[in-house]
Design a protein around this ligand. Structure first.
Ligand code: ALL
Length: 374
C-alpha cells in the first residue's frame, strides 16, 4: 500500500478568529491546527491502528479558507507493523501539546515556541496543538495518541488534568517517545503508582500565588472577608495556587469566607463572582487563580457596582490584565513568562534527545507584577 486517500472539508472562518470545528479542531492565526485526525482505515492491516495524519496548512497560503480538497497521504509504507524509521540524520520532531488556545496565556506560549523554532529551524521540527476549552481532557489524550501514531521524537505537554493524562503519556514513553511535562505538574502519586518518571519544567505556583496574596494583604485590614476563585480542581497548579493564596491570607489574618472553582474560565468566574458578591456583600477582595478569571471577576463586580469596594488579583500577566493593572481594577498578578515556558520544555527535550537519561526537574521563574512591587 503506497498511499491513502481522503477528503477534508474545512469551513470558512472569520479572518483572524479562532474557529473550532465540531470535531474540536482549532483553527487560528491563518493556520489549521489539524488534530483533524483524518482517520483512514487500513483495510486488512490488522495489527496497526487506523492511521492518523496531521497536516500543517501554513504553507498552503489560503489561511483556513480552504473549502474542499483531496489528499494523498503516503503515510505508511506497509502493513507489517514495523515503524517507519526516520532517516538517521532527520531532524527530531517535537510536539507541543497545550491546553485551551482560547486562553491568551497559551497563544503567548505557542508564539514563543514558534519564535524559538524559527531561530533553531535546523535543529528540530515543531508541531503545536491545543484544545478547545479548559476541560477538554479527552481531546488532549487524543492529541497524545495522534503524536504517537505520527512517531514524533518528543512530546512537551501542559496537561489539562494532573492525573488523567499520565496513562497515555506512559504509553508514549513506552513507545520510545521522550515526554516533558511543562506548566502544570503531573500528580506525584499517580506517577509513582504507574512507575513512571516524567521530568517537570515549570514554576513554583504556590510561591507565585503567595507573593500575589502577600501583596494584596498589605492593602487590606486584618479580619477582612475575602474569597478565592480557583482553577480546575484536578490541576496541580490550581491546587498549589489556592494553597499559596490561603497561606498569604491566613498569615495576614484575613478571613477566607468563600472558595469556589471558576475552572480557569472567564465566563464561569463571572457567574461565580456574581453569586459571591450577592452572598457576601461585605467581601473586600477576590483572589483568582488566573487572569482570565480575574477578567470575569472584574466584569461581575462592575455589573454589581462593587468595583471600588472589592480588590481583585490574578495570575499570568496577560495583556488584557496589564491594562486593568494600570487602571487599578486589578491590583496584582504573577508573570510566569508564558512565552518562555514551552521554550524551556523544548530545550529540555532537545537536551534529553542528545543525552541519555533525564536531567533534573527545572524550576522556571514566576514574578509578582504590581504597581511599585519591583
Ligand atoms: C495553567 C496556566 C495558566 C492558565 C491556565 C488555564 O496551566 O499556568 O495560568 O491560565 O492553565 O488553562
Amino acid at each position: 500500500m503506497e498511499g491513502l486517500g481522503g477528503t477534508l472539508e474545512i469551513r470558512q472562518p472569520h479572518p483572524g478568529t479562532p474557529v473550532i470545528d465540531p470535531a474540536g479542531t482549532l483553527c487560528h492565526n491563518g493556520r489549521l491546527d489539524v488534530p483533524l485526525s483524518l482517520e483512514f482505515g487500513l483495510g486488512n492491516c490488522g495489527t496497526r491502528p487506523a492511521a492518523t495524519k496531521e497536516i500543517d496548512m501554513r504553507n498552503i497560503g489560503y489561511g483556513c479558507a480552504v473549502t474542499s480538497f483531496s489528499l494523498l497521504l503516503p503515510l505508511l509504507a506497509g502493513c507489517g507493523g514495523e515503524h517507519t524509521a526516520a532517516p538517521e540524520n532527520a531532524k527530531p520532531v517535537i510536539a507541543l501539546i497545550m491546553k485551551s488556545l482560547a486562553n491568551e496565556f497559551f497563544l503567548t506560549m505557542e508564539n514563543g515556541a514558534h519564535a524559538h523554532h524559527e531561530a533553531h529551524a535546523d535543529a528540530y521540527e515543531l508541531v503545536a496543538e491545543g484544545i478547545k476549552d479548559e476541560l477538554d481532557v479527552n481531546r488532549q489524550v487524543q492529541l497524545v495518541e495522534q503524536m504517537m501514531a505520527r512517531q514524533v521524537n518528543a512530546i512537551v505537554i501542559a496537561p489539562a488534568d494532573s492525573k488523567a493524562l499520565v496513562p497515555v503519556c506512559k504509553r508514549a514513553i513506552d513507545a520510545g517517545i521522550i515526554v516533558v511535562n511543562i506548566d502544570n505538574k503531573f500528580d506525584t502519586e499517580v506517577l509513582a503508582d504507574r512507575n513512571v518518571h516524567i521530568p517537570f519544567v515549570g514554576p513554583d505556583n504556590r510561591k507565585g500565588a503567595r507573593a500575589v496574596g502577600d501583596y494584596l494583604a498589605k492593602q487590606l485590614k486584618r479580619g477582612d472577608p475575602v474569597a478565592i476563585v480557583g482553577g480546575v480542581p484536578s490541576a496541580f497548579n490550581a491546587i498549589e495556587r489556592r494553597r499559596g493564596f490561603e497561606e498569604a491570607m491566613k498569615a495576614a489574618g484575613m478571613d477566607i469566607v468563600i472558595s469556589q472553582s471558576g475552572d480557569w474560565e472567564m465566563a464561569k468566574a463571572n457567574r461565580v463572582v456574581a453569586g459571591m458578591v450577592t452572598d457576601r456583600p461585605d467581601l473586600k477582595a477576590i483572589l483568582c487563580a488566573n487572569d482570565s478569571m480575574a477578567l470575569g471577576a472584574v466584569s461581575a463586580l462592575r455589573a454589581a457596582g462593587k468595583l471600588d469596594a472589592v480588590r481583585v488579583v490574578g495570575f499570568d500577566n496577560i495583556s488584557a490584565v496589564k491594562e486593568l493593572l494600570q487602571q487599578g481594577e486589578v491590583l496584582a498578578t504573577a508573570d510566569q513568562h508564558a512565552d518562555q515556558l514551552a521554550v524551556f520544555g523544548i530545550e529540555f527535550a532537545l537536551q534529553m534527545l542528545r543525552e541519555e537519561g533525564a536531567p533534573e526537574d527545572r524550576e522556571t521563574p514566576v514574578d509578582l507584577i504590581a504597581p511599585g512591587a519591583n
